[in-house]
Write a protein that binds this ligand. Structure first.
Ligand code: SF4
Ligand code: SF4
Length: 202
């Protein structure tokens, strides 16, 4: 069986021992990320994602009642007693020799897969390693075509999620529930929405 080639960026990521980005970052997944992970691991979303109040009504911010408050998803963090460093991502694992590994591998959110690459409106790919304290990223670390595809997928997933969130918010506005809807109900909605969209996805 042929083994898929590993990109230069993937090699750097796999070899990085401390993976500080997986401590420092708050990873904001899309609904498609949540659906992919939940279905693959057979784990309900609320076991690995949490939500936080958004100060503004962003297009990826969902409501749970008619109060006008908006919320966003975030990957959960592991419980940690360390006070000086942020808690690690719930999926970060540490081997006996101190090497950190992402427990999700290829399932990880698109924002993790595309990091540290960004793309301008004109399609120009650049790197921005904010959150990485291990090295200085530059364009020679990445394969431009691979990164363009990854960032393109991330942007497409974000557009798709904005539509899914919009439908949910419209539904809640129409129903005007007398008390807040449980977060687990929003998670159930996401799974159903992406089950329906799944065949159209990658
Ligand atoms: S999903 Fe994986 S790569 Fe992304 S922050 Fe968590 S451990 Fe790191
Ligand atoms: S972005 Fe930086 S901290 Fe994160 S895995 Fe890569 S080299 Fe390590």
């Amino acid at each position: 069986m042929a083994i898929a080639p590993v990109s230069r960026k993937e090699q750097i990521w796999l070899a990085c021992k401390p993976k500080t980005c997986c401590y420092v970052a708050t990873v904001i997944p899309t609904g498609r990320d949540v659906w992919r992970i939940s279905r693959a691991l057979d784990a309900p979303p609320w076991t690995f994602v949490t939500f936080f109040e958004s100060p503004t009504a962003r297009r990826d911010a969902f409501v749970l009642d008619a109060s006008g408050r908006h919320f966003r998803l975030a990957l959960a963090k592991q419980p940690s007693r360390r006070r000086k460093t942020p808690a690690p991502c719930i999926f970060l694992m540490k081997t006996n020799n101190g090497l950190h590994r992402c427990g999700l591998g290829a399932l990880r959110p698109m924002s993790c897969q595309a990091f540290p690459s960004e793309m301008s409106a004109g399609g120009i790919v650049g790197v921005n390693g904010l959150g990485c304290t291990c090295r200085s990223w530059n364009l020679t670390d990445v394969d431009i075509d691979v990164e363009r595809a990854l960032v393109g997928n991330r942007l497409r997933d974000a557009d798709e999620y904005a539509e899914v969130v919009g439908r949910w918010n419209d539904r809640v506005a129409a129903e005007a529930p007398p008390k807040p809807i449980a977060f687990s109900s929003y998670c159930d909605y996401l799974l159903e929405a992406y089950d329906a969209l799944g065949a159209e996805g990658r």
